[in-house]
Design a protein around this ligand. Sequence first.
Ligand code: C2O
Ligand code: CU
Ligand code: CU
Length: 538
Amino acid sequence: MIITRRRFLQTSSLVASALAFGSVGRAGLPRTAREVAVLDPKNLKPFVDPLPIPAIARNAGLRASPTNAALQIPYYRMEMRALETQVHRDLKPTHCWGYAGSMPGPTIETRSGEGLLVDWINNLPQQHFLPIDHSIHGAEAELPEVRTVAHVHGARVPPESDGYPELWFTPGKSALYHYPNGQDATALWYHDHALGINRLNVYAGLFGAFLIRDAVEDALNLPRDQYEIPLLLCDRLFDQNGQLHYPVSANAKSPWIPELFANATLVNGKLFPYHNVEPRKYRLRVVNCANARYFHLSLDNGQPFQQIGCDQGLLPAPVTLKLLSLAPGERADIIIDFSSNAGTQIVLKNDVLPLLQFRVSKAAVKDTSVLPAALRAVPKLLESASVKTRDLTLEEVDDLVSDPVSLSLNSKHWCMPVTEDPVIDTIETWNMINLTDDSHAMHLHLVRFQILDRRRFDTFLYQTKKIMRYTGAAIPPEANEAGWKDTVRADPGMVTRIIAKFEGYTGRYVWHCHILEHEDNEMMRPFNVIAAPIAGTT
Ligand code: C2O
Ligand code: CU
Ligand code: CU
């Protein structure tokens, strides 16, 4: 196995974001994307379509809870189907896949501790419309082309409802999952997780938001109803006919590409939409649903905004930002105050590209919502309480000309026996040792965690002699990461340390990079939460 340094792609720094942006139109696009006539979104008129707000999913009645037959809980039917959607006024409808008739799917909204059932129904066609790489583990040619399994990202669920990547099902089949929602208010999101083709299923459109509310959030009097807006961001390539294009490598036997970076960004399924707002506070629930892109969001007038929550809930206090970085899978809960912008237009940008235009009315409004100084206590998980530390390497496997052929975690393949097996209710520290030249968005299912620090190290010494020599000081998490997380940016040449309590359920889950091209090609591993040994038996 050859692990080499390849290229410097994306980190959270401004310099790197400029590089990443610069690569969009040039080297960053995979070869074949330039060969196919890809649509240049700069030729489309911006801000001609209103921002779609995904509908709130409506349940199809009540059913007995699987854990308490006396309790009736909402039952949802989420049917996956092929559909056509208008991503821009001047484009033909785009063929895509969606849940319950839309892309993104409707928002599932619930309250902490109130369980619900979702019947995930696969009514997709028998054939995929995006290029499958049959050389990837779990996507072999003899398997059905269209396989899906839904996962609610960030949900604390029993293993049988978590959407284990091998538990996929084919068109005509469905799976009934139970979400107990025993966790704090936050924005989760659901998306497909089928082994070996997840990047294609999500790219096709299989994702949506899942909001959990609770009394702590209610008491804060944050902007709500029409003043609270989910923003699901993802980049896509379109051909000249406005159809989704997913590029392939130069190798016909192995069409997998290491990252999908595209030149067009959909906001709730539209290309640079606009949204009419009042001169007051708004709460935006931003979700990075992209396959591989790290977003770097700002307002074009340079105005600051406040981040009040991250992946797993509210931060201890608002954090003032002018630039918000979000890795794939991450969420940010932000407040933008338009009260001094009456009569103006403000554009939300990713790097220098426009994403969404806010048209601020001149209406006199009375904004009774507040931005509290204190939000929610986030008790620190103490390193002294950690019973185990795991060193976990993030690796890229290259061919002889240094093109990546796959990635891996701890030099292990997906199908090898489980090596991470935390005991239920114990605290562990996981050191993500990034030996690659790219940032990876590391995600654990089931648990929420805290970031301890990131620290630069001598990668060469580590790769050749397995000796860890730090070359920099430990850097604490940024203020807007200093809450409960489920996805973390693990930057190149750094050890990123996280600490988690493995609570909730025992059983089989997964941890992986949320760059979906990486996840599909071996950068995912199972983990087992195991029962505590019975005292006296060991
Ligand atoms: Cu967003 Cu394994 O999930
Ligand atoms: Cu997840
Ligand atoms: Cu990765």
